[in-house]
Design a protein around this ligand. Sequence first.
Ligand code: C2E
Ligand code: CA
Ligand code: CA
Length: 453
Amino acid sequence: ITERKHAEARVEHLAYYDDLTELANRRLLHDRLQQEIAVARRHGVHGALLFIDLDQFKHLNDALGHPVGDELLRQVAARLKDMVRAEDTVARLGGDEFVLMLPAQNKDLAHVGFEAQAVAEKVRSLLSRSYNLNGHQYHVTASIGIVLFPENDEDADDVLKHADSALYRAKEEGRNTVRFYQPSMQAAASTRLMLEKDLREALELESFTLHYQPQVDIEGRVSGAEALIRWQHPERGMVPPNQFIPVAEDTGLILEIGNWVLRSAVQQIREWQRRKTCTGSCRVAVNVSPRQFHQTNFVDQVLGICEEEGVAPECVELEITESMVMSNIGETIEKMEALRARGIRFAIDDFGTGYSSLSYLKRLPLDMLKIDRSFVRDVVSDPNDAAIVDTIIAMTSHLGLGVIAEGVETREQLDFLRERGCTHFQGFYYSPPVPAEELDSLIQAGRLRSARD
Ligand code: C2E
Ligand code: CA
Ligand code: CA
């Protein structure tokens, strides 16, 4: 019986795996892709298929003989197998055609596209390293077509066909290239690549600046300011942070940018203290992005900057988001406690848009909740928004936290919020984010309106 089982297993293996490389074959890929498409449709998520083809393989194969060609294919397969995650599928369709399937896990098509692009670039550079064949070094490059699925009602055959036509474009456009099937994805990917390149340059040339938006208490006094990054691009003009922060986050550039923001904000605090614009207790809020916060040495970085610049940690408030906390609550609490023990304050930004429950908010060493501006916008006219704002304010008083409403644009919003017990405000009603010097003169001229006017 064992022998028969063995034989059966062998037959099954032959039916689903490629003999030469031991990778999945076309049939297995087709099955898995079909399944993946169904799952993706059910859950409203997207996956990606990378169609990989070696450039000029035929020449090499003819010139060196097929045994050497086979050895090259085996080495390519081994490299691919080494780099993928367990949940990815690598297949060989025959010849020098390989497929890498990234399972559908994310609802955000643009994000899936960007990840696929990053993986494709990694594959491209991995495969272009030299190969040792029969004691000689050889180089080959690869072209890659990417298709995201599902788009409409296509099946596995359609997806493979689309990946093939994307690959064809990559070959046409000079080989050693990555191309998307979806034109919109291609455009997004090129914009992102360009942004990434420009961001690196901006960091080197220090073409970022910080603007500051005052935060005002119920008496109309400026109680602090939020630092917001601005990027003056040489050709595009002012690029809003919502456009480049996500790219910086994806590429890891956010680590350097975040560090720059923190240091500049702390230097500005020192300057304000020197000029007596503010008393010793002046406070600047700095946005911290997830990747920055999750660095192992984040605590030391923050404290190090305060120490080096000679500014008390009490003057720095870090704005974090609910989702950031949720992703690893143990680590988050540890870091927050370490920083808070030294005086750093914490606010939860965009509060109300995430999934925080009262029970775990209680566990966080927090100082402040910032009511997201989407609730403030219609708070006067929309009873749902008003109810949410009420709940958040009640929560803060229950937890002994401060509360600030962001995006306050009108007197009506301000009055409404004040009536409900909100104590701090930020928004165009008082001032948009402005350069540091302008905030100075606003404060000195006493030109910020008081909530009691
Ligand atoms: P955020 O932290 O929620 O920042 C508040 C945003 O609301 C700012 O947009 C600000 O200009 C805008 N705003 C302020 N008052 C009003 C108002 O009355 N009405 C309206 N409609 N908007 C108002 P900004 O500067 O474009 O920043 C957008 C986002 O980019 C920020 O949202 C933040 O998430 C991110 N960001 C900005 N600077 C940094 C930074 O230095 N580091 C990181 N990680 N993220 C940053
Ligand atoms: Ca913020
Ligand atoms: Ca916010």
